[in-house]
Design a protein around this ligand. Structure first.
Ligand code: F6P
Length: 218
């Protein structure tokens, strides 16, 4: 694709209290981000279409075709779905994909980091020492490596696509996708800074990916 837009969901009510995992709804601030995101992407598309219209008629045809085919992918979780609620399904091809869900924290789902440290000090320490390999205990618990694994087919699909794409996902998944597109070693992925309310525009070029970062300020 010409541009891969990547972002985490808007702030959720669990983000406010520092609980991990779960399936919380957006906070008021998170909904404002969602609003701003849909207007920003719409504006970008209009600008894009305008710049192409100044070219030949053939390229106008292409730009109209592209306008229709902006794909929007979210995870299956409420907070990412709510983040794209303002996107008109007539204008965007919206899909909810389980592979984009956040890392599943098993028995630690719904806890804060300090609760994990108190309740399961050994788990807390094991994760601190090796976050990449550490798998959360409990049914379905995942590690970064597990998430990297489940994202592989999606990465192949992203590379195949020719249309613009917006992905609204979660902290771990975003670290992995950004890391992959920026050619960052997987050992560094778990510690990457990926803030809420920040939108990345990734443009793959023959010699690497050009990255632009947009930060929402209230
Ligand atoms: O706190 C938000 C969150 O997305 C959690 O759901 C998830 O467990 C966590 O971030 C992942 O970040 P880290 O791998 O740094 O603990």
């Amino acid at each position: 694709p010409r541009c891969i837009w990547l972002t985490r969901h808007g702030e959720s009510v669990d983000n406010i209290v520092g609980k991990i995992g779960g399936d919380a709804a957006l906070s008021a601030k998170g909904r404002s981000y969602a609003d701003c995101l849909s207007r920003f992407i719409k504006h970008q598309r209009e600008e894009n279409a305008k710049s192409q219209e100044t070219e030949t008629e053939a390229s106008i045809a292409i730009s109209h075709q592209r306008e229709k085919t902006v794909a929007v992918w979210t995870s299956m979780l409420t907070r990412t779905k709510e983040t794209v609620e303002q996107f008109d399904p007539k204008e965007y091809d919206i899909k909810h994909i389980r592979f984009l869900n956040e890392i599943y924290a098993g028995i630690c789902e719904g806890l804060s980091y300090s609760q994990i440290e108190q309740l399961y000090p050994e788990e807390y320490e094991a994760r601190r020492v090796n976050k990449l390999f550490y798998r959360y205990p409990g049914m379905g618990g995942e590690s970064y490596l597990d998430v990297i694994q489940r994202l592989n087919p999606l990465i192949i699909e992203i590379e195949r696509m020719t249309s613009d794409l917006l992905i609204v996902t979660h902290r771990v998944v975003l670290r992995i996708l950004l890391g992959y597109l920026m050619d960052i070693d997987r050992s560094r992925m778990p510690d990457m800074d990926v803030h809420l309310h920040t939108l990345y525009c990734m443009e793959p070029k023959p010699h690497g990916t050009v990255v632009r970062k947009f930060r929402w300020v209230e």
